[in-house]
Ligand binder design. Sequence first.
Ligand code: NAP
Length: 317
Amino acid sequence: MTDEQNLKHKELDGRKIAAELHITTQAEVEVLTQAGWAPRLVAVLIGDVAAVEIYVRNQRRTAERLGIAFEERHFPADITEPELLAAVQAMNADPRVTGIIVQRPVPPQINVKRLQGTIHPLKDVEGLHPASIGNIVYNELDLGPCTAMASVHMLKTTGLALSGLEVVVVGHSEIVGKPIAFLLMAEGATVTVCHHMTRNLAVHCRQADAVFVAVGRPGLVTGNMIKPGAAVIDIGINRVENPDGTARTVGDCEFESCREIAGWITPVPGGVGPVTVAMLMHNTVTGAKRQKEFYGNAFTAVSWTTSPESLEGSSQT
Ligand code: NAP
């Protein structure tokens, strides 16, 4: 193997990993559709959509390829919070909508946590409702936050045993860093969480068998901070300018120097991003299955209470 092939070999191909996840998701979509529970994902877009255009296009393309209906609902940038929450509640009540995804960032008058908390937990396919976040603390991982689930899934594809693994998570946001730490703890890993107040980031990183980085700062982690052979999962997405004035997307890790030292590394783009979309589709199926179980049972219960036998019974009392 040449040096270049050897380096390439270390890269965890997000598109390939996503394609493998899609196989199961597509089969489950077919089963649900035949049972009359066709999944339908609604994307909530507020204000200027240019910033999220690429993400939404990607989500639509993937959803439709898997047989999931995808709908965009656009709201004006100056919508008030009560108006938006009322629109979300209408989606909660609409049985045709099985999943709701909020495109971030949202305008300043909207409290994103309140918005996320208004989505019915059974339709919370991003896994960001406080109930879904709380469930991962209880090791109930079937509707977890997509990016965190995708990142941990990528580590699993290395074949490393997570039990007892020394892992460092850099960044402790509610939607990425903290959920990653909980998912890893559920797998038995020994987890250290670093943030902007961490005194010596390099010392922590160098001891880790796997490093997750979710900060939003290009070049924060460099090769000399990585233990030889460790796995590097780079979640950051940053736009940086090339010398010729064009722009490119990079992660939070200095890719070349980290790739030299690491045993595995996720590229940006083409790493965690596609797997996050795959997890969103997986969650969409999970949400639809849960609704089928929940409302299916509810319908059974209603028809049972109004069956001729039960009416007969009630007339006798
Ligand atoms: P965020 O809410 O801004 O959180 C950033 C985290 O980084 C905070 O916990 C912050 O800690 C920490 N931090 C800041 N400076 C640091 C430093 N010098 N050393 C260590 N930690 C530091 O961002 P996020 O939503 O978690 O997203 C993080 C990155 O992931 C962004 O680049 C985002 O675009 C990307 N992302 C990617 C995907 C994907 O699908 N691939 C999905 C979501 C996000 P303090 O709070 O202590 O300051």
